[in-house]
Design a protein around this ligand. Structure first.
Ligand code: NAP
Ligand code: MG
Length: 488
């Protein structure tokens, strides 16, 4: 248990200012903006409000640091990441507390995120020394074809509030391993975790300018001049499809390399032949991790009609038993939603479904303040056309719909513009393979409610994005291929 004094100590350890060219400095304007605790609405910190000038300074620093960082021995780059991995692990408690204070999720969820985030640094510290090219005898035998891999250059990262550190390390790890330099802009709702992460990398020996952090309350205006700036070579964004789409268009100005991790609308399929206990456990995990505020969150449950009633009843029992409260309190499993707008959107989607005839099996309403709490909710017999089947819920709400045939299940699963992840519960191997091959998603959880793993390629298809983070593929996003024609 943490005391109010622990909270103050953890917040005081967060560095102040923007981190540009190895210096912690105030915003050019001198302004700041507040960060709130979503469980109380209280301001917990003020952070520097960066502007376009600060962003350009940061890009200048990244650009200047580029050549020396690219020629730093890969082992040295890897060892800095390895030290930062260790520091994240060693400082988990303090970092988890800060994360919970700014974002609201229960402490155990913050701890899991930090463990997950740290693993990207460990993984990419190992990948730094495994970048290789190719050598080929030209088909006519008269020359040799050499391909080499080089860092892309300066990158701009824009990250969301739902995983304030992991969405950073998943980009920073491979970029630094590859020899790229970075400007990162964390979400305005959760800047503190990223500032702490920058301090950890600084302490781990990262040279000045290799990583720069610009916090701002006006991301659009602040980043505006960067997209067409010739010093920028890559944009990697994690966030909503709406904002991602507009940044994708902006990236065309500089013909930037891009990676986009966007919204999801994960279907969770349960066949009658599935192990129902495992399916319910997986459903709780896929729905309630991060209070439902995850791009991988199960958005809709499609359950074969024979078991739909039983599955819904058991899921409702589990969600009803979960303890809701301030994330810092012992035993709390469900924290507040990040802000009022997020909670109101969740409530709106639930009302829409109930208005069309969905049955409330548990929850179905907001909890009055302070804080933006919503009761864990299961809705049964949700009619087609309900908005929460096609829109991203981003909260603790599980709509259940039934299906009759495998074809119908796959069709329903794919009936969305999104394609990040799908979950499939069945004990029939042939069916599993058929269904997996038919799903239009970048990832599938087979009899598992959690897919995220730093050693695996995370990413989506369709409107869920472009590119992969983690795995062997992760570092590819930060490498260019240079081909050399050699005459003999
Ligand atoms: P968001 O509103 O798109 O914000 C994401 C980031 O973009 C924030 O840093 C935000 O800054 C910034 N931003 C907003 N407008 C911008 C603009 N005009 N120009 C430049 N930057 C801008 O998304 P969110 O609400 O924070 O996050 C939730 C979304 O992220 C969900 O859709 C979720 O599915 C998605 N997500 C996807 C993945 C994945 O890997 N596929 C992972 C996590 C989350 P401000 O904070 O200043 O608004
Ligand atoms: Mg937002």
């Amino acid at each position: 248990m943490f005391t109010a004094k622990d909270e103050r100590t953890a917040l005081e350890a967060v560095p102040e200012g923007l981190f540009i060219d190895g210096q912690w400095r105030p915003a050019a304007s001198g302004g700041t903006f507040p960060v709130e605790d979503p469980s109380t609405g209280q301001v917990v910190a003020e952070v520097s409000d960066g502007s376009a000038q600060d962003a350009q300074d940061a890009l200048g620093a990244a650009h200047r640091a580029g050549p020396a960082w690219a020629s730093t021995p890969p082992r040295e780059r890897g060892e800095i990441l390895r030290r930062a991995y260790q520091a994240l692990v060693d400082r988990t408690e303090e970092l988890a507390l800060v994360m919970t204070l700014e974002m609201g999720k229960p402490l155990d969820h913050s701890r899991s995120e930090i463990a997950y985030a740290a693993e990207f640094f460990r993984w990419f510290s190992e990948e730094a020394v495994r970048v290789r090219g190719d050598w080929l005898v030209a088909p006519d035998g008269r020359g040799r074809l050499l391909t080499m891999r080089q860092p892309v250059g300066s990158c701009l990262f824009v990250t969301p509030w739902n995983f304030p550190i992991a969405m950073g390390t998943r980009k920073i790890g491979p970029a630094l391993a590859a020899g790229c330099t970075v400007v990162i802009k964390p979400a305005a709702l959760t800047p503190l975790s990223m500032l702490s992460l920058a301090r950890i990398l600084e302490d781990a020996g990262l040279p000045a300018g290799v990583l720069n952090v610009v916090t701002t309350s006006s991301s659009g205006r602040t980043l505006e001049p960067l997209y067409g700036d010739g010093r920028l070579r890559k944009l990697s964004f994690t966030g909503s499809t709406e904002v991602g789409r507009s940044l994708y268009a902006r990236a065309a100005e500089g013909v930037l390399r891009i990676s986009m991790e966007l919204g999801g609308n994960a279907p969770f399929l349960v066949f009658a032949d599935a192990d129902l206990d495992a399916a319910v456990d997986g459903a709780v995990q896929a729905k309630m991790r991060n209070v439902g505020e995850a791009c991988t969150a199960a958005n809709r449950f499609h359950v074969e009609s024979e078991v739909a009633g039983e599955f819904s009843r058991r899921l409702a029992e589990r969600l009803e038993a979960m303890k809701v409260g301030r994330g810092t309190e012992a035993g709390v499993e469900v924290g507040p939603l990040v802000d009022e707008a997020t909670r109101d959107k969740v409530d709106e989607l639930v009302r829409d479904a109930v208005g069309r005839g969905a049955e409330v099996l548990t929850g179905g309403e907001a909890i009055s303040g302070p804080g933006h709490f919503y009761r864990p909710t299961v809705l049964g017999s949700v009619p087609g056309g309900s908005r929460l089947l096609s829109e991203e819920v981003f909260g603790p709400v599980a709509p259940v719909v039934s299906f009759e045939t495998e074809e119908e299940a796959v069709r329903a699963a794919n009936d969305t513009e999104f394609g990040l992840v799908a979950y499939v519960y069945t004990s029939d191997l042939k069916r599993a393979i058929r269904v997996i091959e038919g799903l239009e998603t970048g990832m599938v959880g087979l009899n598992r409610g959690l897919v995220s793993n730093p050693a695996a390629p995370f990413g989506g298809v369709k409107s869920s994005g472009i590119g992969r983070e983690g795995g062997r593929e992760g570092i590819e996003e930060y490498l260019e291929t240079k081909y050399v024609a050699i005459d003999l």
